[in-house]
Each structure stands twice: as C-alpha cells, then as structure tokens.
Design a protein around this ligand. Structure first.
Ligand code: G3I
Length: 301
C-alpha cells in the first residue's frame, strides 16, 4: 500500500483537513535546525511535538524532516568558525538529541537533505566542506543508533528521472550499502513543472529498488505558469497521475507526500513569483482535477 501524505503548518483547520485526506504527515519547517536548536545545545520541539501528537491521535504516520541540511540553519551555526572535530560533534549531538526525543514516534527520517548539485558534484556546505563526505555515513549511523526502527532516508530534488544528480545518489547508495551503513530509503522530492516531467521516473525508481532500498516521493508539487487555465489544469492532473502511477507500480515505493495541501500555503510563489497552483486543492480548499486524478490512480492500484 502506498501512503498519501502532506506537510503541515500549525493551524487547526489545516490539521483537520489533513487528517481527513492524508495518512501521513511531514512537519514542513518544524524539525529543521533553526527551529529545533536555535541556540547551541538548547532544543525546542514544541511545534513538531504538536504535529506528531495530532498525527498519532488521527492514526497518521510521520516522516521526520530533517537532521542535516545546508539551509535554514540558525545563525550561531552558520556564522561560527568550526574545525572538523567540533562540527562533527555538533552534528552528532543534534541527531542524538532530536532522534532520542522522537524515538519510536516517526516512521522515517530524512537524515541528509540535498547533498549534491544538479551536475552530480558535491554541494559546497559546511557539512561537506568541513567534515568531508563522510558526514553522510556518520549521520546515518548516529541516527540508527538512537532510533533503530526508523527508516533512514537521503532526500533530494531534481532526482526524479535518470540524470547526473540521481546517478550520484545511486553511486552513493551502492557505496553506503556495500559498507553496511544503515541506509534504507531514497527520497525523491518531486518539485516538478507541468508538462516537463522526465520520462524515466519508473526506471529511476526501479534502479534504487534494485539496490534493496525503499523509495518515497517526499515533497510532490507540480507547478505551472500562472494564470491557471483549463488546459494547464488537465495537463497537471495527467502529470500527477503519471507520478502516482510510477510509485504504485513499484512495490519498493512506499509513499507519496504532497508539499502542502492547498495552493495558498505553497512555498512556490515566494520563490517562483510567476508560477504556482501546484497542489491538489485550490486556495478555497476545493479539490482540483489533480486531486481526482490522484484519487483515481490510487484506487486503481
Ligand atoms: O519564519 C520567518 C518569519 O519570521 C518571517 O516573517 C517570514 C518572512 O519571509 O519568513 C519566515 O521564514 C520562512 C520560513 O520558510 C518559515 O516559514 C522563510 O522566509 C521561507 O523562505 C521558508 O521557506 C521554506 C523553504 O523550505 C526554505 O528553503 C518553505 O516554507 C518550505 O516549504 C521549504 O521546504 C523545502 C524542503 O524543506 C526541502 N526541499 C525543498 C523545499 C522547498 O524549498
């Protein structure tokens, strides 16, 4: 069974909406470093705790997002001057504290988020540049030690089809698994554009599945040039169907999470001002053709 999930903001009407339509939740920004460790070694899990409690009350699974990312870091971490040993201990401490707080409560964790550039080279981040690429195996091993039942993911965007970036992830996966590093799932974010889907999403999912990994579509949205019109809405519905089918057609693909519920909460207009309307519900919270396409594809599976 493929679980359909969404991300959440702390507004009860949105939470209510979520528990009616979705079986899984990701706490959008509430588990990121700026929110959880705003001061070194002082942790705040208030926002995420609220969501996790809500999810469990409503029988929803939770995907943790995330332990190690280059973005949305607090100033003390971004502006500090760190040597390798200190930064490594900061990373390990963050994973141990947050991982033990949520131990047993989350289905999966995005342990490492977005480690590569689109051309498949390492992204220059404090983690890579100061600790070295081994930050990934340290993060996974630490997360597994504190929460042995959580599925541990590496998550990225622009890795839906076979390309230089997904090749880099594929090679990384092979090397981690060969060394018996606890790595369980490849997270394909799925920030896509209407009528521009890669053709080889099924082949890409299949090659990661072939390594023994599970796969999830973790942040799906399919944006379009605004204003929306009937043609774009139909194209978008077809694209959603294509992605859902690519997941449900492979047993290794365990979940599809949409990155917000209705268009008024999407991150997209803030970053791509001429684009939007990327989600399943419109700003009135009415279901769009894409919603019915997803529902039909899930029903048919
Ligand atoms: O918290 C401040 C608030 O105090 C301030 O008034 C406001 C003014 O702009 O900004 C608020 O911060 C915003 C933050 O979200 C929290 O809401 C930032 O501006 C905004 O840039 C930030 O955007 C988030 C983005 O990650 C940052 O990269 C989006 O909400 C979030 O959906 C998005 O999610 C990421 C995934 O984590 C990883 N994959 C890509 C995806 C989309 O960018």
């Amino acid at each position: 069974m493929v679980l359909l999930g969404n991300i959440l903001v702390l507004i009860d009407t949105v939470l209510l909406f979520s528990s009616k339509e979705f079986g899984m939740i990701t706490p959008e920004n509430y588990q990121k470093w700026f929110a959880t460790e705003p001061v070194r070694n002082q942790f705040n899990f208030t926002g995420a705790d609220y969501i996790v409690k809500w999810a469990h009350k409503n029988g929803q699974a939770v995907r943790g997002h995330n332990f190690v990312w280059h973005s949305q870091l607090p100033d003390w971490l971004n502006n500090g001057t760190w040597d390798k040993k200190t930064l490594n201990s900061i990373m390990v401490n963050h994973i141990v504290k947050m991982g033990s707080h949520f131990r047993g409560k989350l289905y999966a964790w995005d342990v490492v988020n977005e480690p590569y550039n689109d051309d498949g080279t390492w992204r220059s981040t404090i983690w890579h540049d100061i600790i070295g690429p081994e930050f990934i195996s340290t993060a996974l091993t630490t997360a597994h030690a504190v929460d042995p039942f959580a599925k541990l993911y590496i998550n990225d965007y622009n890795v839906e089809g076979v390309n230089a970036k997904s090749d880099a992830h594929y090679n990384l996966a092979k090397s981690l698994l060969k060394k018996h590093v606890p790595y369980h799932g490849f997270g394909i974010q799925g920030h896509l554009v209407v009528a521009q889907l890669p053709k080889d999403i099924p082949q890409n999912i299949a090659r990661f599945a072939g390594l023994g990994l599970e796969v999830a579509i973790t942040e799906l949205d399919i944006r379009m040039d605004l204003p929306n019109n009937a043609k774009n809405a139909t194209l978008q519905a077809n694209d959603y169907k294509t992605v859902v089918n690519a997941c449900v057609d492979n047993r290794a693909c365990v979940g599809i999470t949409v990155w917000e519920t209705s268009d008024d909460y999407s991150w997209i207009p803030g970053v791509f001002p001429t684009q939007g309307d990327a989600l399943l519900f419109d700003t009135n919270k009415d279901p769009k053709p894409a919603y019915y396409a997803v529902a039909d594809a899930l029903k048919a599976a």
